[in-house]
Design a protein around this ligand. Structure first.
Ligand SMILES: O=C(O)CCC(=O)C(=O)O
Length: 323
């Protein structure tokens, strides 16, 4: 494991102009790039999901994380929890960063001065197919959900990439995807839950990203959540799915109703894992989940959600960017 720790001093001493230029270049390098039409899919409808003896969310310690343990868990159970992936220092740095970035993005009427926590690249608007309107809608969606895109703060985004790479994740995720990974403007997000937690729909991200792609999400809670912690974790259906479940009766065309979850998925009733700061949770675009829903949370939960895609098997609608 690497010694790279990511302190607030490290973060705040970064060069914000060169980080902004790097994120701008990462965005630009995918502007004209289209995904291949027939990628070799890791999971597709033609893959019969293995039925494991036990429906669970498998978990391992970071020192057991290999390409084989990752592949086996995702192919049998749809997900993997890795305990103790990161130490507490970078998680605390990122909580402060999430507060600053989300707060900077909150006021739609004013533009904060450029700083470590807010310096969106100039091409963020032009890369969106519907330009201003799409960027505005994406930002309002995040404001309402208590989140912000990492690329709003290129120094935070670049520091995250450095942290991931120092922990061997670039190589591991590339092996999993079968090619170098790319990320996405829209699906790389700093999150700070709102209290009370709204009842968010059960969903599979493939419902709006599409399914002709290869993906791996690394969801990283920055503080403890679930169980008796008082902070919301994630509710999950602990099952390898290989298609999108019907949206019939659900609030949105990309979400899944409670009754579908309780009636169609009777053998794998939802679970709510408990996480500590520094754990990570891997799953793909077929995994059915939602923000843990209960009315009595007392604490905020911070997280970073990072979706990785194959460099040639990505959802163009999520605005891919180079790693
Ligand atoms: O952070 C959350 O509660 C939800 C995250 C999520 O839906 C995702 O990572 O796809």
């Amino acid at each position: 494991m690497s010694a790279f720790e990511l302190t607030t001093v490290d973060l705040e001493s970064r060069n914000i102009a060169s980080d902004c230029a790097r994120i701008g270049a990462r965005i630009e390098s995918y502007r004209a790039r289209e995904a291949v039409s027939h990628p070799s899919l890791i999971v597709g409808e033609q893959h019969e999901p293995a039925i494991p003896a036990e429906r669970c969310v498998p978990e391992i310690n970071a020192n057991e994380l290999t390409i084989d343990s990752l592949r086996a868990a995702i192919s049998e159970h749809g997900a993997l929890i890795v305990r103790d992936m990161f130490s507490k220092t970078p998680m605390d740095t990122l909580i402060k960063a999430a507060d600053n970035v989300i707060d900077a993005c909150l006021d739609s009427g004013s533009t904060p001065a450029m700083n470590t926590y807010y310096n969106p690249p100039g091409n963020l608007k032009t890369i969106m197919p519907k330009k201003d309107r799409e960027l505005g809608n994406t930002r309002s969606f995040h404001r309402e959900s208590g989140s912000a895109m990492c690329v709003e703060a290129p120094s935070v985004a670049e520091a995250l990439l450095q942290l991931y790479e120092a922990h061997g994740l670039k190589e591991l995720i590339g092996l999993y995807l079968g090619e170098p990974p790319c990320l996405s403007v829209k699906k790389w997000v700093l999150r700070r839950s709102k209290l009370p937690v709204a009842e968010a729909g059960w969903h599979q991200d493939g419902a709006f990203m599409g399914t002709n792609l290869n993906s791996l999400n690394m969801w990283m809670p920055l503080n403890e959540c679930g169980g008796t912690t008082g902070a919301p974790s994630m509710d999950v259906v602990p099952q390898r799915l290989n298609k999108i479940t019907s949206a019939a009766g659900a609030q949105f065309d990309w979400s899944v109703s409670d009754s579908q979850v309780s009636s169609r998925l009777v053998d794998s009733q939802p679970l709510t894992p408990t996480f500590s700061a520094g754990d990570v949770f891997f799953f793909d675009h077929f995994y059915l989940h939602r923000t843990q829903y209960r009315s009595d949370f007392t604490k905020l939960r911070y997280a970073v959600e990072t979706w990785f895609f194959g460099a040639s098997s990505f959802p163009k609608n999520q605005i891919p960017i180079a790693w």
